[in-house]
Design a protein around this ligand. Structure first.
Ligand SMILES: Cc1cc2nc3c(=O)[nH]c(=O)nc-3n(C[C@H](O)[C@H](O)[C@H](O)COP(=O)(O)OP(=O)(O)OC[C@H]3O[C@@H](n4cnc5c(N)ncnc54)[C@H](O)[C@@H]3O)c2cc1C
Length: 474
């Protein structure tokens, strides 16, 4: 460790964290002639590239292939061979494929940053020493502008018995190369459900334990119910209303055999015995070990950095981007934070977070694409509303592909005719929903889409039809 007299190295900017905002910001700042120190303590690319979006969506693709192979007879395709057409999943190859996707992305990012003129990379954990100085190991770095892009990690609150068992989070799941016999997933929200379906499709028994009365509790109830039906139809066990959850190791002759998850639910057995437990009960920001108090940077009571609409913190020389500011929890929101900061600092363009329309996907199969308000949120605003809905059984492309689960739904302001929110749970829902999202950004009335001619046969082609059948929401 360097002593208090370590020499300070000065830069125009310091970026802490090479997640989804930091690297792009480094690119823009250096292109504008700034000197930048970029600090990363672990893997370049952060959560999304290494333990989040990229590996999970790659695994989801393998799980889809297994699912489709099992359904091949539905399409008149016959699996042949010595196994009589049985579908097997080689978990090592599945994981090798996911690892390659991650390593390629991480490697490309490292190469780009390593060759970036004006950018100096520091590997290590950064902590503030004072308002404009950061220590990384022996290095003391100082800059008039500092950008936090430190992300978050899986939440693991004190739950009875949790300290007695080994459990997994999204990080540990990436290293599980054999098929769990029975994966118990605590948390029935976005991350938990993606793992639930993929591991069921890989061949594991899967139980989801959710404390609330329904899955993905932020969504409208009919979406939660439809998602539950989709998962249950594939054999995922779902335990809702698990008001009291505790854990205990299961030992046979002294050796660990698995984990007992005690669940006090309204229905079902009081315990679930699993071989593996995955905790997927939310995320928390990586702000507790940054020395933020030394830099006068305020946190809210959940530990997120308090920022204004242009992502400035309570320290006028520090900005916070991505998951650590609590304004978004997605790769696209982190990246948009970069765009907002860069636009304000370099382009004299006063972009702000409040211009952003919420949007996200749940990447089960079929996926859920969501934009804007839920029906419940729209109702709470107290304005007259119109609602449209169409089951995927009445979408030709879905029928042709034999993938008719789910439905699409839109909520419209009856007076302004503007779309307030939409959900497409179904084939290509994550893509098709963008037509509605873009119209919302254009602040155009829904009638514009009604006059647009869409390509046949697609999921999007039924959006104008749905909009032609809007009904008042009572
Ligand atoms: C399983 C899973 C699946 C997901 N799937 C999706 C998805 O499909 N779509 C989507 O949009 N989002 C998804 N997300 C969320 C997405 O990964 C995050 O929203 C995104 O990565 C946030 O980016 P970020 O830049 O804020 O932080 P991160 O990507 O977490 O990057 C933060 C970086 O900062 C570094 N760091 C932290 N503290 C320090 C320090 N003190 N010093 C130096 N370095 C530090 C970390 O090592 C890390 O590299 C998923 C998340 C998970 C867990």
């Amino acid at each position: 460790m360097a002593g208090p007299n370590s020499e300070r190295r000065s830069f125009d900017a310091i970026i802490i964290g090479a997640g989804q905002a930091g690297p792009s910001l480094a690119g823009r700042l250096t292109a504008a002639g700034w000197t930048v120190a970029l600090v990363e303590r672990k893997d370049f690319g952060g959560t999304c590239v290494n333990t989040g979006c990229m590996p999970t969506k790659t695994l989801v693709a393998s799980a889809y292939a297994a699912h489709l192979a099992r359904r091949s007879a539905d399409y008149g395709v016959v699996l042949q061979g010595p196994g009589g057409g049985e579908v097997g999943v080689d978990m090592k190859r599945v994981h090798d494929r996911a690892r390659k996707v991650t390593l390629d992305a991480r490697g490309n990012l490292e190469k780009w940053l390593g060759g970036m003129t004006g950018c100096t990379l520091f590997r290590g954990h950064a902590r503030f020493e004072d308002a404009d100085t950061v220590r990384v190991g022996d290095d003391l770095l100082t800059a008039p502008k500092i950008f936090l892009n430190v992300g978050g990690r899986a939440n693991a609150p004190a739950m009875p018995g949790l300290d007695q068992i080994s459990y997994l989070t999204n990080v540990g799941m990436m290293a599980v190369e054999t098929l769990p016999e029975h994966l118990v997933i605590v948390g029935g929200s976005y991350i938990g459900l993606e793992f639930a379906q993929m591991y069921r499709r890989f061949g594991a028994e899967v139980t989801v334990v959710e404390m609330g009365p329904r899955l993905i509790g932020r969504e409208d109830p009919e979406i939660s119910d439809a998602v539950r039906e989709i998962l249950e139809a594939e054999g995922v066990n779902i335990r809702l209303n698990a008001e009291c959850i505790s854990f205990a190791p299961v030992k046979t002759e002294g050796a660990d055999e698995g984990v007992c998850v005690h669940v006090t639910c309204q229905d079902g057995a009081p315990q679930v015995i699993g071989s593996h437990v995955l905790l997927a009960i939310g995320r928390r920001p990586n702000t507790d070990d940054l020395g933020l108090d030394k830099a006068g940077i305020e946190l809210d009571k959940r530990g997120y950095v308090v920022v204004d609409d242009q992502l400035r913190t309570s320290n006028p020389g520090v900005w916070a981007l991505g998951d650590c500011n609590g304004k978004g929890a997605f790769t696209h929101t982190a990246y948009n934070d970069f765009e907002i900061v860069a636009a304000n600092l370099l382009d004299n363009d006063p972009r702000k977070v409040s211009d952003r329309i919420p949007c996200y996907g749940l990447f089960i199969d079929p996926p859920l694409g969501r934009v804007g308000l839920t029906e419940a949120e729209a109702r709470a605003a107290g304005r007259p509303l119109l609602v449209g809905q169409r089951p995927m059984t009445r979408v030709g492309r879905a029928v042709e592909k034999g993938e008719t689960q789910g439905f699409m739904k839109v909520v419209v302001d009856a007076e302004t005719k503007q779309i307030l929110g939409a959900a497409i749970l179904g084939l290509n829902g994550d893509e098709a929903v963008h037509g509605l999202l873009d119209l919302m950004y254009a602040k155009a009335p829904y009638t514009v889409i009604q006059r647009a001619v869409h390509i046949h046969p697609t999921v999007s082609e039924l959006i104008p039809t749905m909009l032609g059948e809007l009904k008042p929401l009572v």
